[in-house]
Structure formats: C-alpha cells, structure tokens
Ligand binder design. Structure first.
Ligand code: PMT
Length: 223
C-alpha cells in the first residue's frame, strides 16, 4: 500500500527527557520537549503502523491512535522498552535519556547548608546499546544529539549500538535540536551512505524517517 507503507508493522518510539530524582523536591533532566519523538509517533501512525510511544515527562498532547506509555526515569524507560522489544518490528529512540542518575534518592528534602553540595551520580543503562546487542530482526533507529564532530560521533554510535540508521542533529544550531519546531538532520546508514537534509519541520523529519524505515522493511522482504 503506497499510502500506508508501514501497515502491519509494530513500531516502538521513545520521546522526551527522563527525570532523575535526588530528593522529593529536586531532579536532574535535560532540554528535550518530546516534540521530535511525538512527531515520529504521529508519522508512523499515519503511515499505517501500530505505534507504542514510551514517553518521558512532556507537556504535549498524546497523539491519537497511539498507545502511550508514560515513564519518568531512565530505569523506567529501560524496563518498558525491554519488556516490549520481542514483539515489535522497529524501535526509534528519539528520547534524550539521562546518562547518569543520583546514586542515592533521599526520602526527605535535603536541607541546605553553607557548604558546597556534592551529588554523586552513577551511570544509567544505555537502552539503545542493549537493544543493539539483543536484536533479532528488529530495525533499530537512534538519534545522536551532538554539539561538535557530528559526523564522527554519530557514525561511532551507529556502529557501537548496532543500529540500522542514526539521525544526527546539531543541538547548538539555531532552530535545530532541543525544543524547537524544526530540526536540521543527517541520516547515516551502516553501508556508509548518508542523507543530508535542509532545515525542516520535525513533522517532515519524522515523515522522512518513516519513509526510510519503510524502504528498509521492503528491502528485507525481498532478501
Ligand atoms: O524532544 P525535542 O525537544 O523535540 O528534541 C529532540 C532531540 C534533540 C531530543 C532529538 O532530536 C534527539 O537528538 N534525541 C536523542 C538525544 C540523545 O540522548 O542523544 P545521545 O546522542 O545522547 O544518545 C544516542 C542514542 O542513544 C539516542 O537515540 C538515545 O535515545 C539513546 N540512549 C542514550 C543514552 C541512554 N542511556 N540510553 C539510550 O537509549
């Protein structure tokens, strides 16, 4: 079906930031609004896919026709994604997952003192890397949020996390990356090809992404 190239496929999309608590009052997070991931979920739904959207905290309206799974922390996102991985055909990881969380979550509000405060942070699981090591025939798409050496760092993540496509965006560029309605992206594929796009709306980036995903499914079906 030309209008619904993802019909019959189940696509899991992640979006938004994660929030890593340190006490009942405070948390660490990042600037992700969820706009990119929600646009991907809507585009995949429009292309006919069954869509599961695993989302960190955002202020966005839930996309229609999509199963929304709300999570807060990276560990929760990890659990929800891993639980579903065996039953999906593709994962698109647009979420900005916190790489670190406070080692201790205090039960009570930390009282202020005159001295400096030191919060010890420990590593969160790398969800995408683990999906890469576990994948059977799922298609894995990652994003790379970079502020320098974009091509080099994006290609390294593509290879290390065993992805089928990585979408690199420069987060320092105006109207691109976090929170904007537009994005300037490059797609990198494992065979060395790349696709460089103009600045465009996150909806258009999402449509391009779904069309590349559909081509990958098509290619596999012919093999
Ligand atoms: O939400 P918006 O405001 O619309 O902004 C969009 C965006 C900038 C967040 C988005 O376009 C984007 O780049 N998302 C990925 C952000 C990110 O965490 O990039 P990274 O280069 O740190 O991570 C690489 C990949 O590994 C990502 O697909 C990420 O989801 C994944 N990852 C990272 C760390 C971790 N612990 N687990 C992961 O799965």
């Amino acid at each position: 079906d030309d209008m619904q190239p993802l019909k019959g496929k189940c696509v899991l999309v992640t979006a938004g930031p994660t929030r890593e608590g340190v006490d009942p009052v405070r948390y660490f997070t990042n600037y992700s609004s969820g706009k990119m991931g929600y646009a991907v979920a809507r585009a995949a739904h429009a292309a006919g896919a069954e869509v599961i959207l695993v989302s960190g905290p955002t202020s966005l309206k839930p996309p229609e026709g999509v199963e929304l799974v709300n999570v807060i922390s990276a560990n929760e996102m990890y659990e929800q994604v891993m639980n579903r991985f065996d039953n999906v055909d593709a994962v698109i990881k647009s979420a900005a997952v916190a790489d670190y969380r406070p080692k201790v979550i205090n039960d009570h509000k930390i009282k202020k003192a005159d001295s400096e405060m030191i919060v010890k942070m420990v590593r969160n699981p790398d969800i995408l890397a683990e999906l890469g090591s576990k994948k059977q025939d799922q298609i894995l798409i990652g994003f790379a949020a970079e502020s320098e050496n974009i091509d080099e760092y994006a290609k390294k993540k593509l290879e290390k996390k065993r992805l089928d496509l990585i979408v690199a965006n420069n987060i320092l560029e105006d109207h691109s990356g976090f929170d904007s309605d537009t994005n300037h992206v490059t797609f990198f594929f494992p065979n060395g090809t790349e696709k460089d796009f103009e600045l465009m709306s996150k909806e258009d980036v999402a449509r391009q992404l779904c069309s590349s995903l559909a081509s990958m499914f098509e290619k596999r079906a012919k093999q």
